[in-house]
Design a protein around this ligand. Structure first.
Ligand code: HEC
Length: 111
């Protein structure tokens, strides 16, 4: 008799969920490495305010805002001032748009 479908599904579904979780974690690690490489973490930490706001605060401020990623890409590449305090964030013109998008998405997904 052939293996009933529910037996195979029972194995495959949890496996797919594990692989998705592993993929997410790997992506988050890559983005954190990108942030470290570009000196973002000299002024920002994920959960504590340093020179700039913590990335969790940023994620909370823009939660549910549809254009948040595009907005943060602008702030990251062109710099920003006056949104969080008096200290300005310097522009990062050498950062590619693709990398800025990755960083913005990573920040917005922190909880
Ligand atoms: C010299 C310190 C410094 C560095 C380096 C720095 N930041 Fe910032 N960042 C700041 C400050 C200060 C602010 C708050 C600016 C403001 O009030 O508008 C800020 C704000 C932000 C914001 C919120 C912007 C907004 O529109 O609300 C994001 C996102 C951010 N930084 C990401 C990054 C990333 C990614 C990098 C690395 C490419 C980086 N920062 C590097 C100091 C820094």
């Amino acid at each position: 008799m052939a293996t009933p479908h529910f037996v195979r599904a029972g194995v495959l579904i949890p496996w797919a969920m594990v692989m998705a979780a592993v993929g997410c974690a790997a992506q988050a690690q890559a983005s954190e490495a990108l942030a470290r490489k570009n000196d973002c973490l000299g002024c920002h930490a994920v959960a504590t305010k340093l020179v700039g706001p913590s990335y969790k605060e940023v994620a909370a401020k823009y939660a549910g805002q549809a254009d948040a990623q595009a907005l943060l890409v602008q702030s990251i590449r062109n710099g920003s001032v006056g949104k969080w305090g008096d200290l300005p964030m310097p522009a990062h013109p050498k950062l590619s748009e693709a990398d800025a998008k990755k960083l913005a998405a990573w920040v917005l997904n922190l909880k």
